[in-house]
Write a protein that binds this ligand. Structure first.
Ligand code: NIG
Ligand code: FE
Length: 411
């Protein structure tokens, strides 16, 4: 039922009676949302009393449905031109990720195309990708630069991300990833110096003038890309200008990235297929989140990250789609499905990893990632009394997700 009333961002969700499933506590409750935040969570009769005089723009009857927090995608590379469908065929024929990269393809291919693209072209494709992510339930998405590598194109990408941040109904945490690869014609040391001496000072200036608002710094710490020492220098310099450390580590080779991240106070490290036992312990102790990316391990047929061991050791495990030209996946429900089947996570663990823990990995768990009074009103409503259908169904989630609500606004 929908009644039309004044406040633009005021939605009331009701589920009379007790819904089944692990999230009964949320689905059987009534939520009032005003000004973009969740106003109250509680028993239907109590909330009805509390808001008896209130008017709502929209009232959604959620009987037979589940209300969940909006999904949080903790790792994406969504701004680029030039897809790599031709490389998919090469990989299926047996070429490895690094073989393609070293032959000048992979990230280099995308960099070439992204440098040539206009800001407008990049924005239009990015916007469309964000809409597809949101349609699949994501309401907060981490978005990286990293297909420019030179200052000019990195800034172009960051401006595109900033524009979406300001104009679209979706949460964005933006990441400077100028150390995504060593640009052609430079050594890793030259690239590291360029980032520290030229990119980061410019970034700091633009942050101070309010032109862009970057949240995180990222480096691809990998054999043949940035070694541990270069990674340390770049991350430390980023931290010094106020960015949260959130980087790619221990993906294809054991690099001791986890140990480094724990030492530097990283918020999160992504991939970790090759993390050491000591690295896992260090991450647990440092409360450094592990952002696991099941699409990448699947696409590249890598060994699976040790999600079970991390969970048992108390690491904060989050999930991300890693959307990029290598892993072309917009959908966090698909990611949760893969995490359960291939990484042996339970459905509860996968949901936590794709909501509150992913928000933690972005430094936003105080405001995002769960249904609590005072938090941002980011919710999804699925057309099933069992929330697990979101993971159990293998694809086609756009039809299962009835509503996506961002800051209290029904999209
Ligand atoms: O997280 N590993 C490095 N970066 C991306 C892939 C980027 C690309 O291949 O374009 C990742 O998987
Ligand atoms: Fe990535």
């Amino acid at each position: 039922l929908a009644r039309h009333l004044p406040c633009a961002s005021s939605v009331l969700l009701t589920v009379p009676g007790g819904a089944r499933g692990a999230l009964t506590v949320t689905t059987s409750l009534l939520k009032g949302l005003t000004d973009g935040c969740i106003k109250a969570v509680g028993r239907a009769d109590v909330i009805r009393n509390q808001f008896s005089g209130a008017t709502f723009e929209k009232v959604i009857d959620c009987s037979g449905k589940c209300v969940l927090p909006g999904l949080v995608d903790a790792h994406t590379h969504p701004v680029w031109a030039g897809d790599r469908v031709h490389e998919f065929a090469m990989k299926l024929a047996g070429a490895s990720y690094m073989e393609i990269h070293q032959a000048g393809g992979g990230i280099h291919f995308t960099v070439e195309h992204t440098r040539k693209a206009t800001e407008e072209e990049l924005f239009n494709t990015f916007k469309h990708r964000l809409e597809r992510m949101r349609r699949a339930g994501s309401t907060l998405v981490e978005c990286k630069s990293g297909y420019g590598l030179n200052l000019e194109t990195e800034l172009k990408m960051l401006r595109v991300i900033e524009r979406a941040k300001q104009s679209m109904d979706i949460g964005i945490s933006s990441t400077y990833c100028g150390a995504h690869s060593v640009p052609k014609g430079k050594t890793a040391t030259e690239a590291t110096d360029d980032i520290i001496n030229n990119h980061l000072p410019k970034l700091k200036e633009l942050q101070l003038s309010g032109e862009i608002h970057v949240n995180n710094i990222d480096v691809f710490c990998e054999k043949g890309v940035f070694d541990l020492e270069s990674t340390r220098r770049i991350l430390q310099a980023g931290k010094d200008i106020g960015l949260q450390i959130n980087f790619h580590g221990d993906e294809l080779h054991p690099m001791k990235s986890a140990e480094l991240g724990a030492e530097l106070g990283a918020r999160a490290i992504s991939h970790l297929e090759e993390v050491s036992d000591e690295g896992i312990t260090a991450m647990a102790r440092a409360k450094c989140a592990a952002v696991l990316l099941p699409t990448t391990a699947y696409m590249l047929r890598l060994k699976q990250p040790q999600a079970r061991k991390m969970l048992e050791e108390g690491v904060i495990v989050a999930l991300g789609s890693d959307f990029n030209p290598n892993a072309y996946c917009f959908s966090m429900p698909m990611v949760m499905h893969l995490a359960c089947v291939n990484m042996k996570m339970s459905m509860n663990e996968a949901l936590v990893a794709a909501t509150i823990n992913a928000a933690y990995a972005l430094g936003k768990s105080d405001t995002h990632g769960s249904i609590e009074a005072g938090k941002q009103g980011d919710l999804i409503i699925i057309n099933s009394p069992r929330w697990e259908h979101l993971i159990y169904q293998f694809g086609g989630h756009e039809a299962l997700i009835n509503y996506v609500i961002v800051k209290g606004k029904v999209i």
